[in-house]
Design a protein. Structure first.
Length: 207
């Protein structure tokens, strides 16, 4: 299993980690994400669509991983969650799918910060609600920045996108389903979603 291709992706447990790696192998993670043929406006949370700027960056990444988990795979994952963590199991069972795109760069770091800004701008232009958390250690670009966008349906979350940037890596996670805000919090630390305290999130400034 090519576990080295999914560095930085947190998993539910050691056993679940193996299950996710098997799913990753199944969907052929090597190569850049496909230049989307899906219409991003046809579905409020299209799992197969990524911003063109992400495809551009992925083509320059020495190490990359792209995979999607459907409801069947997620059902297996939920079944491996211990009974002591029932809220997380319930949150996973509400998901329709998860897609993960991870890329790691060399010592020079991400080659084009403008492309990362273009990725952020793509979700802003789509009108998604933006929540952001940044490092407490100076410039967010040099210490890591996590952007979160959500699609709301009344009080519920139809889906979310997490973009996690470090000096040498970029991870984009898209989740689709019918979640409550509390469900989304229980998914932190899984599928590449950073482990963040609720106090770490704040409304992003106007863009």
């Amino acid at each position: 299993m090519k576990l080295t291709l999914i560095l930085g992706i947190s998993v539910l447990s050691a056993t679940l980690g193996c299950a996710l790696a098997m799913a990753q192998d199944f969907v052929a993670p090597s190569g850049p994400p496909p230049a989307s043929t899906a219409n991003p406006d046809a579905d409020p949370v299209p799992l197969e669509w990524v911003p063109p700027a992400l495809v551009q960056l992925s083509s320059q990444a020495p190490i990359k991983s792209n995979f999607t988990l459907d409801r069947t795979m997620l059902g297996i994952a939920a079944g491996l969650v211990p009974d002591s963590d029932a809220p997380t199991r319930q949150a996973i069972n509400k998901l329709d799918g998860v897609s993960v795109h991870t890329m790691r760069f060399g010592d020079a770091g991400i080659p084009d910060e403008g492309a990362v800004e273009a990725i952020r701008g793509s979700y802003h232009l789509r009108g998604w609600k933006h929540v952001v958390t940044t490092s407490d250690h100076g410039s967010p670009v040099h210490n890591g920045t996590t952007d979160v966008w959500v699609v709301l349906d009344g009080a519920n979350v139809r889906g979310a996108v997490v973009l996690a940037e470090t000096p040498r890596s970029l991870t984009l996670v898209t989740v689709a389903g019918n979640l409550s805000p509390v469900d989304l919090m229980h998914l932190r630390g899984h599928f590449g979603i950073p482990k963040l305290d609720s106090s770490d999130f704040k409304n992003a400034p106007a863009q």
